[in-house]
Design a protein around this ligand. Structure first.
Ligand code: NAD
Ligand code: UDP
Ligand code: UDP
Length: 312
């Protein structure tokens, strides 16, 4: 079962699980997910999708739950911050209650945002984070932190087989063109010949993981023995500045777009780069898709989507 199964990462995960021969139930309220994301799966005999909001109880049978439901883009998670927090807290309680009842393994899609605006240059899982509890990003960050607490307490209190991965910036086909995240924004702006909006001075850094690599990491985590609970960082440690990302995307698209500066959003982390030693040791996992290769595939997806929307 994949909550958030019609979303960006969730749809790739469903596809991969089906390819591996599993029966898959995707659960989604379509807040940021879409039916086109799973269009290719709807006819698959082993695939089922259910429109459902995980803040409400759900009684189904399953042996493995990936809890991905939660908007990940700042534009969307800040549009309804109370619902975002409810999704992480009430939603996690319901999915943990379900896992407890049926004895399923449950994997939580946590985030590098639990580290907030971090002091260490590279973040490993022992770092407790520097998060503003009352800012505009808090509904997401603190929700995900509370979810980690719930996962840890269901394990301690009820013996539930919980696993936490902390996902760092992930990109690829099926990101929403309007989701406001940097990769989708820059590619759409470059393809349309619009100005590329650099927030702040563009010297802030991120490290981007291609979605196929991320899905492989999620699967490996789900397959670990019961005593492995995480958290485990999943991300690509190839760090670069936002300005360098913009330049790369301009080159790859052959765009004539110019860079323009816009104000830096509140609480925007200065840097983000995963230490993936733990994922290497525990899961024998590391990313294999270089940024340029992943960007080329993502650009091709956005080009197709643009062409389709212009044609219709
Ligand atoms: P996404 O917004 O594309 O996917 C989230 C999915 O959850 C959507 O399909 C949405 O409709 C669904 N959803 C939201 N609230 C729900 C609710 N209450 N009930 C049922 N469904 C609900 O985002 P994504 O990038 O695919 O992220 C998937 C997960 O991974 C999220 O939990 C996110 O926090 C986490 N994550 C993503 C990234 C990233 O870079 N993409 C980084 C860190 C963590
Ligand atoms: N829950 C659910 N599906 C299940 C089992 C439980 O949605 O198959 C929900 C249930 O509504 C409950 C929550 O999960 O509110 C937590 O369940 P748990 O058994 O941990 O606690 P309790 O029922 O005591 O609140
Ligand atoms: N960003 C930017 N221009 C944009 C969108 C984002 O400069 O059009 C910056 C943003 O301020 C942040 C970085 O890119 O420093 C990554 O932003 P995103 O929202 O993709 O992810 P997150 O901040 O959650 O890592």
């Amino acid at each position: 079962m994949v909550t958030g199964g019609a979303g960006f990462i969730g749809s790739h995960l469903c596809e991969r699980l089906l390819a591996d021969g599993h029966e898959v139930l995707a659960v989604d309220n379509y807040y940021t997910g879409t039916r086109p994301n799973i269009r290719g799966l709807l006819e698959h005999p082993m695939f089922e999708v259910m429109r459902h909001d995980i803040t409400m109880p759900l009684y189904v049978e399953t042996d493995l739950i990936f809890n991905l439901a939660c908007p990940a883009s700042p534009v969307y998670y800040q549009r309804d911050p109370v619902q975002t927090l409810k999704t992480s807290v009430h939603g996690s309680i319901n999915m943990l209650g379900l896992a407890k009842r049926v004895g399923a393994t449950i994997v939580q899609a946590s985030t590098s945002e639990v580290y907030g605006d971090p002091e260490p240059v590279v973040q490993d899982e022992t770092y407790w984070g520097r998060v503003n509890p009352i800012g505009i990003r808090s509904c997401y960050d603190e929700g995900k932190r509370a979810a980690e607490t719930l996962f840890s307490d269901y394990r301690r209190q009820h013996g539930t087989d919980t696993k936490i991965v902390r996902i760092f910036n992930t990109y690829g086909p099926r990101m929403r063109p309007d989701d406001g995240r940097v990769v989708s924004n820059f590619i759409m702006q470059a393809l349309r010949g619009e100005d590329i909006t650099i927030y702040g001075d563009g010297a802030q850094s991120r490290a981007f993981c291609f979605v196929d690599d991320l899905v492989e990491g999620l699967l490996r985590m789900s397959d670990t023995p019961r005593d492995v609970s995480g958290p485990v960082n999943l991300g690509n440690p190839a760090e670069l500045t936002i300005r360098d990302l913009a330049t790369k995307i301009i080159t790859l698209t052959g765009s004539s777009s110019k860079l323009v500066a816009e104000p830096l959003p509140e609480d925007d982390p200065r840097q983000r780069c995963p230490d993936i030693t733990k994922a290497k040791d525990l899961l024998d996992w590391e990313p294999t898709v270089p940024l340029e290769q992943g960007l080329v595939r993502t650009i091709a997806y956005f080009e197709e989507s643009l062409a389709a929307s212009t044609a219709s």
